[in-house]
Design a protein around this ligand. Sequence first.
Ligand code: GLV
Ligand code: MN
Ligand code: MN
Length: 406
Amino acid sequence: MTFAELWAELLPVGRDERTGGYRRYSWTEADAGCRAWFARTATKLGLRTDFDRNGNLWAWWGRPTGTSGQAIATGSHLDSVPDGGPYDGPLGIASAFAAISQLREQGFRPARPIGVAAFTEEEGGRFGVACLGSRLATGAIDVDTARQLRDRTGVSLAEAMRSAGRDASLLGPDDELLEGLAAYVELHIEQGSALAGLGAPIAVAEGIWPHGRWRIDFTGQADHAGTTRLADRRDPMLPYALTVLAARAAAAAHGALATFGRVIAEPGGTNAISSVVHAWLDARAPDAATLDELVSDIWVAAQSAASQHGVGVEQRPESVAPLVSFDKRLRDRLVTVLGKAGFTAPVLATGAGHDAGVLAARIPTAMLFVRNPTGISHSPAELAEAADCEAGVTALAAVLADLAGE
Ligand code: GLV
Ligand code: MN
Ligand code: MN
């Protein structure tokens, strides 16, 4: 089974015809379509599929048991951001299946089980918390808090899982699963264009910047757009706008990144001053101290702008991830294996979050990046060349053969 065949089958699932972007939110119909593709593909490859207690989907080559030794896991996620590109997540899973198919054809017999994972809600696109499935598995989120997370229409995670036929009462830390894993290697589209500059198709990840999401609510006074004198307004849109500009300036001053990509003005009348503006800050920095300073500077600016306009303001973190340095021994081993397979793989840090980063707190993890010629990601314009996807499969197959071989 080739990568191109696997890929062609998955491509139409969850794509919005108008934008060309993907809307694969967890526990929706599109997600079920992606999971059905996963199960079908696993079955064709003779792999056994199961759910773990947190709704993450697994396909196993060999059974992870006490006697067979710890397994080697690979995979990524099938969910997307709103109007995401096709590669972010699914590339790692399709590549894993294609790599297993390639290893099978080569007559490789794993000495350890190999597992392919599809982690649930990596993007936090429906319930707001990034890497939800791996956070639950590692105990990095309180279970009751997770069950009560709500999507934009008020449906809770527990209800969404129930509608999809899963049991949310099982959610929680999965020590049995993690203790059965020797390592997790996630292949992912590069979300920048460093590899294009270096002329290399594959990189190995060094680490992930600390990052997080904060919700900021500005509460003002709804009023008439045509009759309320400027001096009498308590318009929450104004401190929101000033905070966006302050975030940009603070990010530039700290050598960091800050983004407002989601905002809701309520009640949303063209001819009315808003009563409340909900805004979500995404902030990322090379180290924890800089991230703290960045977020604190933005919060000070938000408070000052709110007070200047007679508006109330509150903030709370929705999901925060610490600095991750991937396991050095595993990373060095990957670079060596890739070198033998003909790839000179540079080692790159990234500002993007991944389940591998969450799992790194519990097991040795590593990542492979596949060249992205434009660097664009979280967008329908995200791209990887077919030849680079094939190179990714070959690279991952070499890594799995090394880690799961005799
Ligand atoms: C995941 O893609 C992230 O937001 O970093
Ligand atoms: Mn992403
Ligand atoms: Mn991703």
